[in-house]
Design a protein around this ligand. Structure first.
Ligand code: ZN
Length: 140
């Protein structure tokens, strides 16, 4: 995957926020697919199998199926997103512990603020590094 320049389509941001609102007060979660140039192109809402306001988990089998069908379209898993319904959009200790994909972007939104913030992070070996994100209009 090529290095990401931080540009993120506003339309995808709006889909993530709509998903977060639709399951409030539970956390939402899902995937963002990227193209071969490492640009985010599609939001894929997933079920939070824990139905929790403080934790999220995607069904591994469902996630595997999504990845498989993305590959058949020439896309790949680019980010994992989830929401914090009432707290800051930064990774929790649990989020960091359960971040198994050092090459993915971790997107976090929070409904605490209006408009909701969306922040992006890389999480590698327990280290969190924010990757600046800029919302863009139209095609990224
Ligand atoms: Zn979290």
């Amino acid at each position: 995957m090529k290095e990401w320049d931080g540009r993120f389509p506003r339309s995808l941001y709006e889909e993530i926020v709509a998903h977060a609102r639709s399951v409030f007060p539970e956390e939402c979660c899902g995937l963002v697919a990227g193209d071969r140039n490492g640009r985010p192109v599609r939001v894929i809402p997933m079920e939070n199998s824990l139905h929790s306001p403080v934790r999220y988990q995607m069904e591994p089998r469902e996630q595997f199926q999504v990845q498989k069908s993305l590959r058949s379209e020439g896309l790949e898993m680019w980010a994992i997103y989830h929401s914090h319904p009432v707290t800051e959009p930064v990774p929790s200790a649990t989020d960091i512990r359960l971040a198994f994909y050092p090459d993915l972007i971790y997107l976090l939104t929070s409904l605490k603020d209006t408009p909701p913030l969306l922040r992006s992070f890389r999480i590698r070996d327990g280290h969190v590094e924010e990757a600046p994100l800029t919302l863009t209009d139209g095609i990224a």
